[in-house]
Write a protein that binds this ligand. Structure first.
Ligand SMILES: O=C(O)CCC(=O)C(=O)O
Ligand SMILES: [Mn+2]
Length: 196
């Protein structure tokens, strides 16, 4: 499988641009767009509440609940499309995942702001496997200490991005807004939820 190492200091980030063929990816995008139980979450920011700038869904093994925005969330059970994507990701990453957070970016105005995937449920040095379908979006990483260390990469239809080791400790990532973009993108971040 063709791969490109994007970060190898203070963590490891690897891109596999062609996890799925473009025909497979187009079909998986349509399947997920229709079958995933999308939700509009709310964020609390500076004393205000506002809708999260994307739709989300959470699927996983039974009993793998996690706390998010102070609310205990229970996962939807895996469907057949998600199971098939999960097994392909597990083959490449050599990790067994027990949950997936799915994001729907309805157009370029949807986004995710700077953050690290550092929830306590993920434990120390989690491996995160991120699969993208639909519109290509820019993904940026910046180092938390040496702020001039920045990596920008476009995540194409059918790609897999692996974030490993100390990446979440030293780096933040985001999907910036792109006001010209009208197309949808679906992203799946496979995770291992641990008992806390
Ligand atoms: O959409 C992406 O590629 C990243 C999503 C993300 O960072 C997250 O859900 O934690
Ligand atoms: Mn993230």
């Amino acid at each position: 499988m063709q791969k490109e190492v994007l970060i190898k200091n203070d963590g490891e980030v690897i891109l596999y641009p062609f996890l799925f063929s473009s025909t497979e990816s187009d079909q998986l995008f349509l399947d997920l767009n229709d079958s995933v139980k999308w939700k509009q979450d709310i964020i609390h920011l500076f004393g205000k509440t506002m809708p999260l700038p994307r739709l989300t869904a959470w699927y996983g093994d039974e009993g793998k609940s996690y706390t998010y925005s102070g609310i205990e969330q229970h996962p939807e059970p895996w469907n057949s499309t998600l199971k098939s994507i999960k097994s392909k990701v597990e083959e490449i990453s050599e990790v067994t995942f027990n949950s997936v957070l799915i994001n729907l970016y309805r157009d370029g105005k949807d986004s995710v702001s700077w953050h690290s995937d550092d929830e306590p449920e993920l434990g120390k040095n989690p491996i995160i496997a991120s699969v993208s379908f639909g519109a290509t979006r820019r993904f940026s990483l910046k180092h938390k200490i040496s702020k001039k260390d920045k990596v920008d990469i476009d995540l194409p239809n059918g790609s897999l991005l692996l974030m490993k080791g100390e990446t979440q400790h030293y780096w933040q990532h985001q999907i910036p807004k792109n006001y010209k973009l009208l197309d949808r993108r679906i992203n799946l971040t496979f995770r291992v939820i641990k008992p806390v």
